[in-house]
Design a protein around this ligand. Structure first.
Ligand code: ASP
Ligand code: MG
Length: 436
């Protein structure tokens, strides 16, 4: 077997080595380019150059792309102009076309530069998913085809966000799902690197569009970025981070417009060799602030206080695949309770319908909902163990005269439900208060 030497040593006649050139080992790279990075023909040509530069360095590359620019939004809007409740199956047939345009155009751009390349849809790439349309989960990847193409020396361009279920139906992975396609492929192919290219320099400690002083993070742990993503920070598809953590696959989020280093996402263990990174990780408690304005609060009033009630409600919601967050049951001295929870606004209609049916069946008083709320969170490893952080967070809200509707905590985050109209200002103030 041919093995690649890691170093070449140039020796000049009997003296000490003049230079030691580290020669990079060829690796398998999975790169993902988001919608803005392939937003028009010129940008696609630019991506083609970036991809082929990896080939020039001797690496093998699998590229996952999103739909061009706002294409997916446009397709959604068109569907709704035709049918207010478009069937989910047809939505997936429609939405998957966005990525199919990108893969073909990028393959053409790369071919034009003189490289061997092939584009593949999700199904052609062996991406097998569950059968839940519009939010399917990747269940497995048959890498036979992709590996065969790589073996033939081809660059492989894969359509992100899509897969195929057991019945052969096209599925999509939920908005932003291309990140997950990339991470899953990288894990299945045992890739050496997975890079997520976007239009910003990496993961920031707050949304730079809201907090102008937000800073790019050099490092962040899976758990922290997962919380930030789930809490609305919009950096990565949450499922992609879960998968990366599961397979211990380091992720790099970086800009497709420059050569800056980006943000490295991985697990940081004290006592490992990543001394510089570990120290960085230990220094701060609050890593970032996230704001989710895409939520609504549902309250079911005067629910009978007896065992099995919460189980019944939340299993009914789970059956409809509705994601529930921030559950609160107030303590009551009477025989009834109020139960509140938050859902994504996209699922509000369905969640209210399920709640109303439940309310009627158990004899609760009524169901109310409120779209004027937002969830503001501070995120960082070890946050709950530090009482000062919670008090500082609440103090900041008090200073702004903002009332807290609900509080929830986990190991690494504290979230408050507040008035949506004040949320952005609150975010700026908290960013300043924590001196991020
Ligand atoms: N094109 C899809 C979306 O806009 C998937 C993605 O961009 O990751 O949600
Ligand atoms: Mg995206």
């Amino acid at each position: 077997m041919f093995s690649m030497p890691e170093f070449t040593v140039n020796q000049s006649e009997g003296s000490l080595p003049e230079r030691i050139n580290p020669v990079q080992k060829p690796v398998l790279v999975v790169q993902k380019y988001g919608g803005t990075s392939v937003g028009n023909v010129d940008k696609i040509k630019r991506v083609a150059k970036r991809v082929t530069s990896e080939i020039d360095e001797g690496h093998r590359v699998v590229v996952v792309v999103s739909a061009m620019g706002d294409r997916t939004d446009e397709l959604v809007a068109m569907a709704h102009q035709i049918n207010v409740h478009p069937p989910s199956r047809e939505m997936d047939v429609l939405l998957s076309t966005g990525e199919q345009v990108s893969i073909a155009l990028l393959a053409m751009a790369i071919q034009r530069l003189g490289y061997d390349v092939i584009s593949l849809t999700g199904a052609q790439s062996g991406i097998h998913t569950s059968d839940v349309h519009k939010k399917a989960r990747i269940e497995g990847i048959d890498t036979t085809r992709v590996e065969r193409e790589l073996k033939h020396g081809r660059i492989v361009i894969v359509a992100g966000f899509q897969g195929v279920d057991e019945a052969g139906e096209i599925t999509t992975l939920g908005r932003g799902g291309s990140d997950t396609s990339a991470v899953a492929l990288a894990a299945a192919l045992s890739a050496d690197k997975c890079e997520i290219y976007t239009d910003v320099d990496g993961v920031f400690n707050a949304d730079p569009r809201i907090v102008p002083k937000a800073k790019k993070l050099d490092y962040v742990s899976y758990q922290e970025v997962l919380e930030m993503a789930s809490l609305g920070a919009g950096v990565l598809h949450p499922r992609s981070v879960e998968l990366a953590e599961k397979y211990n696959l380091p992720l790099v989020v970086r800009s497709s417009y420059n050569d800056r280093k980006g943000t490295l996402i991985k697990n940081f263990k004290t006592g490992s060799n990543d001394l510089k990174e570990d120290i960085y990780m230990e220094k701060v408690l609050v890593r970032g602030i996230a704001l989710d304005e895409n939520i609504a609060k549902i309250s079911i009033l005067e629910v009978p206080d007896k065992p099995g009630i919460a189980f019944r409600l939340f299993s009914a919601l789970a059956k409809e695949n509705i994601h529930v967050d921030m559950i609160v049951q107030n303590v009551n001295r009477t025989a009834v309770n109020d139960i509140s929870f938050t859902v994504n606004v996209d699922e509000l209609q369905e969640a209210v319908a399920v709640s109303q049916k439940f309310s009627f069946e158990v004899g609760a008083q009524k169901v109310e909902f409120d779209q004027g709320v937002a969830k503001l969170s501070v995120v960082g490893t070890g946050i709950v163990a530090n009482a000062e952080i919670a008090s500082k967070f609440f103090e900041a809200l008090f200073e702004m005269g903002i009332n807290i509707l609900t509080i929830s905590t986990s190991e690494i985050k504290i979230s408050c439900l507040i008035d949506k109209a004040r949320a952005k200002d609150a975010m700026v103030h908290i960013h300043e208060k924590f001196e991020l």
